[in-house]
Structures are given as structure tokens and as C-alpha cells.
Ligand binder design. Sequence first.
Ligand code: GMT
Length: 387
Amino acid sequence: MKVGITCYPTYGGSGAMATELGIALARRGHEIHFITYQQPFRLPSFLPGVYFHEVDVGRYPLFEYPPYDLALAVRMHEVVREHGLDLLHVHYAIPHATSAWIAREMLHETADDIAVVTTLHGTDITIVGQDHSFHTIIKFSIEKSDRISAVSRFLRDETIFTFGCAGCEVEVIHNFIDPAQYDRNRYEPVLRRQFPDRKILLHVSNFRAVKRVVDVVRIFAKVRASVPSVLVMVGDGPDRVEASDEAKQLGVDADVHFLGRIDDVAPLLSSGDLFLLPSNRESFGLSALEALACGVPVIGCDVGGLPEVVRNGETGVLLPPGDIDGLAAAATGILADPARWQAMSTLAAADARARFSEDAIVPQYEALYRKAVMDRPRPASARITVP
Ligand code: GMT
């Protein structure tokens, strides 16, 4: 098929997943067109079958808020017509699903058409969707999509609870990893060489409030009191300064390393002993899945979709958000028992491969695409190039 993909191209799980999906689909013979305001951060500069179309918003002085959603709709409309796309797959409802709907309405003026699939990732429903100013437009845009998917059962239920969405069928398609890339045995243990004789705790995120990065530091400080260890923080965002201040306050700053944003996290994860993700809520927790696939047990919170990813007590430990003592005790217990750590690490890598590998998940999107295209009246369905 010829598929247009729109996502947030900067750091974040939804953009990462959309990009990995596009790459995987291109490997399976589809033609993929990314339509975004910037090259997605995980997209290599050249890949056969993958094209990038930049959305230019312009900077007219009258616009205090440049109308990105309209510029995106116009670019979608152009790309669909120029390249004969079969389908637009938008990741994150707002504003992408709305722009796709506008583009489709414009296409109808020339008797053209396009199928639209919307994938919900989490904060588009759990935070943005509950803000009254966006509620109606998100509900409308979701309902106008031909097919909707959510990255966890939790998010599907939350979507139906929040929006009602009469008659909406929300299909659960979990996020996935490429098992060849997220493989502990594939990389030199770079961090282990840098920190010999220490346990390595890792956190990767966009450092937004929902991630509770200050808790990450507090948990680490308690672990470090009994286990020689370092904390490696990957990413950046609004709460980085607060986390760094907390490390100083607790006297552990010499052992907390902020590496900033890094595109390819697999080599770092492969050096890790534990991954900390004590978020208030994760609709899925892609970073946790990537850690598990690299054989790193996860210490996190038993909320949202994370319990669908981490097997509590087997591939990690999940406790209520804010239970710093409990999370630190769980981490210390695993690190102090090498046999238990090894069993968890082995099961984590195996379970991630068994349930969330690219080969198992990507065909679910292909099936969703087929249904979306077949749902629409001809001539759109007649344009399918790959059944
Ligand atoms: O976590 C964020 O703030 C970013 C957000 C995004 O759009 O990138 O992440 C959401 O989508 C990811 C990919 O599906 C999920 O793994 C994250 O759990 C989800 N974040 C939240 O639900 C907070």
C-alpha cells in the first residue's frame, strides 16, 4: 500500500513508534510517506521506499499561533494527490486526526478520497482529551476516522470512557520492538566499562511532570545507600533541572549522569541493570518495553498500560506511584540477588520478544489498513496496490 504517516517528529514514544512502524512497513514492501514538520528523529536520511514531506507553517507576523493543523491538512492533500496514497495513518489524535479529516474533505471536492486510521498513544486522550477546550474536536476527529487503534487495553477503555464514541471500535495494537536492535548481546557494554563494579540504573524519557523524574532520583538515592550504583538519565525536558537539584540536595549528584537526548538508546539499555519508570501514568511505556527487550528488569508503577507490558514480580516490579520506599526496596532486593536478577533479565528479553516483536505486531496494522480501505466506497478501494 501507499501510506502517509503523520506523527510528532521530535522526542517521544508516539513519534518513535510511528517512525519504527513506517520503517518496518517499508521493509515489507509498502511505500511510506512521512508528512511532518521535521524529519522524525528516528528516521535515517535515506531508506528505500520511505519519503519525507516537510510541512511548512510559514511565519506571517499576524499569526501569533501559526495554523499548523491547516498547513498539515494542505500538505496531506497535496501528497495524497501527487503520490496516489491509499491511506493516511495519523499518530496522536490532536491535531493530526483533525487535519486528516480536513484533507479528506478537500479531496472530495475533486472526487478523490483517502482512508484515515488514527492511533491513540496516551496523553492525547488522558490529558489533552480531558481538557474541555479540546474534548469536542478530539471526539469528532476520532469518530470520523475509518479505523482507530490504541496502544493498550487501558487506553482503549479510557478512550471509550472519556469520549463515549458511539459505535467506535477501538482496536488494541500494542507497541513493538525490533528484536535484532534491542538485543543485549549485540552491543559492547559501554556504560559497564565506564562504571566498573557499580550497578547501572537507567531512566529514559522526555522529563515531563507525568514521568516523576524527581522520584527517579529519590529512588536511586535510597538504592545507592546500600548498593554501589550509578543513575544514567537519558532525555531532556521541563523537569530536568528539578531532578538535577534533587540529586545535589540528596548528595548523590556525582553518581547521577544526565546524558541529554540520544536517538539510539539500545546500546545504553544493554549495559543496564535496572530501568526506572515511576510515572503517574503510562498508556503503554515504550521505553520500558525497549529496556525489557534488552534484558533490563523494570521498576515502575502499576498504573495505565504498564501492567500490560511488565509482568509484575517476573520481569519487574510495579507499585503505586509515589511509593518511593517500596520501589527502592524492590530495586535493592533484585540487585542484591544475582540469581533473581538473571532470571528476571532472561525472562524480560524472552517475554518482550514473544509478545511485542515487530513481526507479530506490524501485520496487525496491515490488517487494520486493509479494513480501513475496504470500508470506504470505491474508487478508493480500487487503488490498493498490495492486498
Ligand atoms: O509520554 C509522553 O509524554 C509522550 C507520549 C508521546 O506521544 O510520545 O507517550 C505516549 O505514547 C507512547 C507511545 O505509544 C507510550 O509508550 C507512552 O506510555 C505514552 N505516554 C503516556 O501515556 C504518559
